[in-house]
Design a protein around this ligand. Structure first.
Ligand code: GDP
Length: 195
């Protein structure tokens, strides 16, 4: 995928009407601070279009980035930020749910997990929720550069076991620092979404 043009086209909050897009959509979900903004910026070759924040969980919206007038990259709200009240968390959950239920164009759903840590309860709930809705999520193991090479296999296994991944689930290790995994993600999109 050659990025020619990127535009943040639609920003949706909890009360917004979600757009009825005609182009295919690919969406990214993950816990706050997992590295979602960094991944999205890396995919789009932009330094800071998606927010990378020191205050995780602050602004909660679904952002639709139009890429090359070919597809939408959909940035879902980060979940699981501890300092947020339960009622707020529920609202974001509902927004994500409304999008997953309602989108007619969602072709690929990526769930991000920090490669260093065992998946948490929130991650498991999200993964199971996505699977139960009939999607086959692609797992992206973020912050790959934070591990020694010798630790990687063990940590990928930890994610597989922790989420109880279906055997055919695709798992892509990624680093926003080295950009490792970036091509693999776009290759997947080229083949399965645009192909
Ligand atoms: P978000 O809350 O999921 O959008 O996470 P961010 O993209 O804002 O990243 C959270 C923190 O992790 C920031 O300090 C990033 O610089 C850092 N980070 C994200 N991805 C990577 C990565 O691949 N490698 C390293 N070393 N740090 C990362």
């Amino acid at each position: 995928m050659k990025i020619k043009n990127v535009e943040l086209e639609t920003v949706c909050g909890i009360t917004s009407v979600l757009p009825d897009n005609e182009l295919p959509e690919i969406a990214f979900a993950g816990k706050s601070n997992v590295g979602k903004s960094s991944l999205i910026n890396a995919l789009m070759n932009r330094k800071a279009l998606a927010r990378t924040s020191q205050k995780p969980g602050k602004t909660q919206t679904i952002n639709f980035y139009n890429i090359n007038q070919e597809l939408y990259l959909v940035d879902l709200p980060g979940y699981g930020y501890a300092k947020v009240a339960e009622a707020e968390k529920r609202k974001w959950g509902q927004l994500i749910e409304r999008y997953l239920h309602g989108s007619k164009q969602l072709k690929a759903l990526f769930l991000l997990i920090d490669i260093r840590h065992e998946p948490g309860t929130n991650d498991k709930v999200m993964y199971n929720f996505i699977v139960e809705m009939g999607y086959k999520p692609i797992i992206i193991a973020t912050k790959l550069d934070k591990l020694k090479r010798s630790q990687v296999a063990k940590h990928l296994k930890q994610i597989k076991v922790g989420l109880d991944l279906l055997p055919e689930t695709i798992l892509i290790p990624f680093s926003a620092t080295s950009k490792q995994g970036r091509e693999e993600i776009w290759d997947f999109v080229d083949k399965h979404v645009l192909g």
